[in-house]
Design a protein around this ligand. Structure first.
Ligand SMILES: *Cc1c(COP(=O)(O)O)cnc(C)c1O
Length: 468
């Protein structure tokens, strides 16, 4: 029986992996999930111990691709995706304290964990598109933080043009330069004379224009794409195996925004990894922590914090977990997502909350607590944490249930991505790693455009056509 994917809303076509990859969001507004989850038995997991990261990645993900991509082609894509990481272990563990670990996910080209899935996603897109004789135009908006990971994922891919909008003059120099110094003919940066919200509105308007969308084959690589979740399950497996799975349980603490990263942990558990606890860390934007406390999801105002990649209003990937919790009942999910859109909230009954709380804990940390954690961990270990990673570490420490089970906090960004916050907390300014040491000597390339939809559309048309 072929492995197929269905939508959390129940009204979109059932698709195979390669179509799910290109579709991103399902046509009914839902998110795709496997209809049959592969399961690794304890014996299967034991047979994975000691593999290289890329070998492990192939073995973990292959059952979910189910031959939609030839296995030797897939292995080549995976090896290529992780060859550019600057640590031989790709996702190494370092020890913070007694049975307490840090999973370092900042060894990719843009120094944040999104590289782990996106480096693979760009290659998968390109491979599937080329096989079909198709191409796409990726457009996206960034406040500065995540645009570079998408650009690095798509650079030099023959079947892809990528155009990223950032608010002119409102990103940090490092953030802008990570995007604008990429010397690839298929990469285009727009510095929009406006705010991040203007950039986002611009992208939404382009997607809403059906003719424009079809003409340019507009596409996105955002965090609801199933392949991103899949790419992130691998490092949970790697950490679990390194720390004794399947013969030992393991706990993770995950600094969370869209719930994508921590959902990948849940997916690894569904596939057989013995995870006993998942701690969800949030900053002052604590919609998830409030949910775990009271069983009610309710949208608040977004406030700016030291951990901008977690400044979110809605955790879109939570819908995937809701689908699991409601026994894959799409009507229950659709009702709740409708309520969230209409009234800004939904709730989950007590019985299901008990099931959720058996695995999950929430924890919130404000900016002062974040600085305090960066300072404390530096004085204890000499390790510099970025603000997101600090929230993970603090969450794991605060909510840890059992000291005999390894607690692994995810370090989702390199400290050098957020040097001001780290310097303010510790007095140490983290240097950029060697791969980016000459960032400020590199040539920048971007175009300043007015906050005008027609001007942006004309630019995107030219950029997309420029290579065909
Ligand atoms: C995107 C991001 C997060 C949040 O990840 P989600 O998958 O949205 O929960 C956390 N930390 C950093 C550094 C990020 O870039």
């Amino acid at each position: 029986m072929a492995l197929t994917y269905h939508s959390t809303r129940g009204h979109a076509p059932v698709l195979a992996f390669d179509d799910v990859l290109l579709a991103g969001l399902a046509r009914d507004g839902g998110l795709y999930l496997p209809q049959q989850w592969p399961r690794f038995t304890p014996a299967d997991l034991r047979s994975l111990a000691g593999l290289s990261y890329a070998e492990l990645a192939v073995r973990v993900m292959a059952p979910l691709l189910d031959k939609t991509i030839r296995e030797d082609d897939f292995a080549a894509l995976v090896h290529d995706a992780y060859a550019g990481f600057d640590h031989l272990a790709v996702a190494p563990l370092s020890q913070l304290g007694s049975n307490e670990w840090l999973l370092e996910l900042f060894h990719g080209p843009t120094l944040a964990f999104k590289d782990y899935a996106l480096q693979l996603l760009g290659r998968l897109f390109d491979h599937v598109l080329k096989a079909r004789g198709q191409r796409v135009t990726i457009v996206g908006a960034t406040s500065g933080d995540t645009g570079s990971a998408a650009i690095e994922a798509c650079r030099d891919r023959e079947a892809i043009d990528i155009i990223i909008l950032h608010p002119h003059g409102r990103t940090s120099d490092v953030q802008r330069r990570q995007m604008t110094t990429v010397a690839a003919a298929n990469v285009h940066n727009i510095a929009l004379e406006g705010t991040f919200d203007d950039c986002q509105d611009m992208v939404k308007s382009m997607f809403a224009d059906q003719a424009f969308r079809d003409q340019l084959q507009l596409s996105a690589v955002n965090s609801i794409n199933w392949a991103r979740i899949l790419g992130q399950t691998v490092y949970y497996m790697a950490a679990g195996l390194a720390l004794g799975a399947p013969d030992r349980e393991i706990a993770f603490a995950v600094p969370t925004g869209n719930f994508g990263n921590v959902y990948a942990a849940f997916a690894a558990k569904r596939m057989g990894l013995p995870i006993s606890q998942l701690v969800v860390g949030s900053n002052a934007n604590d919609i998830l922590t409030r949910f775990f406390e009271c069983g009610e999801m309710s949208i608040g105002q977004v406030v700016a914090t030291l951990s901008p990649s977690m400044d979110i209003q809605i955790s879109s990937n939570f819908e995937r977990y809701l689908f699991d919790i409601y026994g894959e009942n799409a009507a229950e999910v659709t009702g709740r997502m409708g309520a969230l859109r209409q009234s800004g909230q939904f709730s989950v009954d007590q019985g299901r909350m008990a099931e959720i709380r058996a695995l999950f804990d929430g924890f919130r940390l404000d900016d002062q607590g974040t600085s305090e954690t960066i300072r404390r961990v530096f004085s204890e270990t000499g390790i510099l944490l970025d603000p997101h990673s600090a929230i993970g570490v603090a969450a794991g420490r605060a909510r840890r249930r059992r000291t005999d089970i390894p607690m692994v906090a995810l370090a989702t960004a390199h400290a050098a991505k957020f040097p001001d916050a780290v310097a303010a907390a510790t007095g140490q300014r983290p240097p950029l790693p060697p791969r980016l040491a000459d960032l400020f000597q590199r040539q920048e390339r971007y175009d300043v455009l007015p906050n005008d939809l027609e001007a942006v559309k004309a630019y995107v048309r030219r950029a997309a056509r420029g290579r065909s």
